[in-house]
Design a protein around this ligand. Sequence first.
Ligand code: HEC
Length: 256
Amino acid sequence: MMRSITKLGAAALLALGLGTGVAAASEGGAIPHESWSFSGAFGTFDRAALQRGYQVYKEVCAACHSMQYIAFRNLTDIGFSEAEVKALAAQYEYPALDESGEPITRKGLPSDHFVSPYANELAAKAANGGAIPPDLSLMAKARAGGPDYIHAILTGYVEPPQGFVLNPGSNFNAHFPGQQIAMPKPLNDDQVTYADGTKATVEQMSRDVSTFLMWTAEPKLEERKNIGVKVMGFLGILTVFLYLSYRRVRRKVHGH
Ligand code: HEC
């Protein structure tokens, strides 16, 4: 009995040691905290930033990354009109069948989900030196730090410290775990021309696309916060009434 307990303890210690070792080896630089319009109990999405972020995703990231959970019609949530959504969807082609069952392509519809850039994972791997660009729909929820992390990765392409040995096909990134990432620096100043005239610096585009990815990961964020605030208000009022009725009852009982 004693022996197996000691063994268990040793195994646990070993696992802990290994665990921290692995964590230390794969740690990227600390992720800087950004301030976002959607943070805090009253946070809301900045519609203009969301639309700019969509433009960055569409013109830059979509060349390599899929976004399977978002359909064109969802874009009405971020301020696009039905007509704009229709026109955006029609820019893409989807496989279909004609009346005789022959494969054809048709124009995209608002109900279509975003197209993937590659036919399958193998093709994605082959095009990216063995690394698969992950689907971005839920990325802002999948990684610790969420939008802070995405922003940090996109702005984290700096010169490697002296003597840092990069693996072939890797790029130095100060914030990616292990500091080597297969994704080449995706954003450079003026990479896109913003429809609203905002200057497209790397910082601006990174913020906008991170905001957009927060929305794709949690489109109901505003509703959730709104309900939270209402519930807190309701509980507050309820507390006041309960206290008043308690005093009344107490007064009656004690006859003061
Ligand atoms: C040329 C192709 C390419 C483009 C363009 C590109 N990426 Fe990537 N991205 C990749 C690849 C490949 C990986 C996988 C990297 C790895 O595992 O080392 C990746 C990984 C990522 C990751 C995940 C990091 C993680 O923690 O796993 C994020 C976030 C990301 N990209 C965001 C973006 C955004 C946002 C854009 C547009 C501004 C973009 N990417 C443009 C190829 C690309």
